[in-house]
Design a protein around this ligand. Sequence first.
Ligand SMILES: [Zn+2]
Length: 287
Amino acid sequence: MPELPEVETIRRQLAPRVVGRTIERVRVLDPLWCAPAAPRAVERRLSGRRIDALRRRGKYLIADLEGDRHLVMHLRMTGNLLWVAPEDDRAPRPHLRVRLVLDDGNLVLFVDQRRFGTGVVIDGSRRLEEYLAERVGPEPLDPGFTPEVLARAARGRRAPVKAFLLDQRRVAGVGNIYADEALFRAGIHPLRPAGRLRRAEIERLHTGIVAALERGIDRQGASIDDYRDANGERGSMQDEFLIHLRAGQPCIRCGRPVTKTVAGGRATYLCSRCQPAPRPRRRMSTR
Ligand SMILES: [Zn+2]
């Protein structure tokens, strides 16, 4: 599933090619993509509009169109956004859900095997901000994301820190891969309750989140399943995982075999020496 670094990679590749271009034609081939909106209505609202900016918020990719109209896309499990030159536009293309033709003849294709990806058209910046505010919390690569912001988000949370990181309303854009990587970097066990992390641990976690995401962007994302960048190429982050998917292999820090467990409902990888388990809570003395 694409996380922040994968979506950001696609954004950086697409932006110089689509910003300033006008969407000439749109074809929504799968009504599920924009449901409950009707495909023909969505096609009408997008066609003929210039793309003023391509932004990312958490795992959402947002095309700002002229006239304060916004196309908000989410890739979910297996969505890919491909930039294709007309000469490379060969039919049939499996799992094609949406096809945008730009005024220079190039195409942007939303390809998505499992069909969980979505596109929503929103009018007005204010409604867009409301839509996003309900769904995503602080943006971890923004300068405003400080250890204080993370501490505030974690305060009072009893959920395991892994589940806390996966919750998009707490920290935007972190998914299963980068949560594992961030927790290993920070030396924090994934089952520690988020609200019980000490100040020094919050600071290490903050550093770990930022470093893991930046590494992911640097390596153009992780292609462990369907993820491909806007050119259809694989990222290389999967070759540099510190802990994720390394079960049974020696920990890069201490050599102990990496353990696989479940946290936040997801397969989770950790080193039991470098990420000590939460202490069982001592029973209160009755005396
Ligand atoms: Zn270790």
